[in-house]
Design a protein around this ligand. Structure first.
Ligand SMILES: NC(=O)c1ccc[n+]([C@@H]2O[C@H](COP(=O)([O-])OP(=O)(O)OC[C@H]3O[C@@H](n4cnc5c(N)ncnc54)[C@H](O)[C@@H]3O)[C@@H](O)[C@H]2O)c1
Length: 338
């Protein structure tokens, strides 16, 4: 493993002072290897308010100004999806490391451009695919890697929510700003299934609905089928359209040549079904965002990435293919854009 010389505490700048920035700020504050050195938001009032509630850290509405602050080693970008390319390009040009919220970008070309910018700058880029780090994602991956179900062949994963976005004019409901439901939310399950299967996706077929209201500008419910090179299949469902609005359900099965893992929303443990009987797989009970932040710090220090950039680009490719399949009604072959 390549060891890099890094400061004992990584000076971490947050960009975007909204909902998810609070979760990342908690991960930075909880770490003994990093500290918060500032906040940037294009809305100066939001930047100032965030500063007030986080120890009066420096704040500005100008990213270029903040990137020149001497104690900034790395950046966590918590801005809307379509801004990731612009923010990321500035961070790479400034020679800083970046943890950027998912999706890496809203188009395959933008995702590839970000990957190239960080490769050229020799800095660490990681997309915040938080579900890889949550207990359930890790538990399933560890069990598959331990061989308890043999070769994984089939993933069935549903994440169903009843909460629609904050309002009709929210950026997340804007197809350009969010990239649509597949890039905004579907990208989580598309990445997880592909990571669990360790397989190359070759074809995507998807259907979508504006289930909450016909006037919604993006789909809020998706059914997605991904086929892989070795014949593996993922059947995925992602909803923000279930009623009542408070509803939330996660349901997963991973079937392999020697058994099956099954887990529900409770996160307490996964069930293991094999010819030898039924058992439990202990849950990897972790704070997903804390684990994600620590693994990014590990990678800055030279460890192999928990979320390689190529996987983040592939997740964007999958999500873009889902959007295309929904709009054309046809399966989409992958790898054509790469
Ligand atoms: N991993 C997860 O589970 C998860 C959950 C929620 C959101 N997210 C992601 O986090 C990101 C932010 O989502 P959110 O819900 O916190 O959004 P939000 O709307 O609550 O906050 C976004 C903030 O960014 C600011 N902003 C917009 N453009 C900017 C720019 N160019 N430079 C600096 N600031 C800018 C806005 O003023 C706002 O304060 C998105 O990429 C989203 O997909 C991930």
């Amino acid at each position: 493993m390549e060891q890099r010389s890094v400061p004992s505490r990584i000076g971490t700048l947050l960009v975007g002072a909204g909902f998810i920035a609070e979760v990342h700020a908690a991960a930075v504050t909880a770490s003994d290897r990093a500290h918060l050195v500032g906040i940037v938001d294009t809305d100066p009032g939001r930047a100032a308010a965030f500063s007030r509630s986080h120890g009066a850290i420096p704040h500005t509405d100008d990213l270029a100004e903040a990137l020149a602050w001497p104690d900034v080693d790395a950046v966590v970008a918590c801005t809307p999806n379509h801004t990731h390319l612009g923010v990321g390009a500035a961070v790479a040009a400034a020679g800083k490391h970046l943890l950027v919220e998912k999706p890496l970008a809203t188009t395959v070309a933008d995702a590839q451009a970000l990957a190239a910018a960080f490769a050229a700058a020799g800095r660490v880029l990681m997309a915040a695919h938080s579900h890889r780090h949550h207990g359930y994602g890790r538990t399933v991956k560890d069990a598959i890697d331990a061989g308890v179900i043999g070769s994984p062949a089939h993933v069935r994963l549903s994440i169903l929510g009843g909460w629609i976005w904050t309002g009709w004019d929210a950026w997340a409901a804007d197809p350009v700003a969010s990239g649509g439901h597949a890039l905004h939310n579907g990208v989580h399950v598309l990445d997880l299934a592909t990571w669990w299967l360790s397989a190359d996706p070759v074809r995507v077929y998807a259907r979508g609905r504006h289930q909450t209201a016909a006037e919604l500008r993006i789909n809020d419910y998706l059914e997605m089928v991904v086929e892989y090179a070795g014949g593996e299949v993922a059947v995925l469902e992602m909803s923000r359209a279930h009623r009542p609005g408070s509803f939330g359900l996660r349901d997963l099965r991973v079937v392999g040549s020697a058994g099956m893992i099954s887990e529900d929303w409770a996160d307490e443990a996964a069930f293991l079904f094999t010819e030898g009987g039924t058992g439990l797989v202990a849950a990897a009970g972790v704070d997903g965002f804390g684990a994600q932040f620590e693994s990014w710090l590990d990678t800055i220090g030279g460890a192999p990435p928990a979320m390689p950039v190529s996987d983040a680009v592939r997740a964007v490719e999958l999500a873009v293919a889902v959007e295309e399949s929904v709009s054309t009604g046809r399966p989409v072959e992958l790898g054509v854009a790469a």
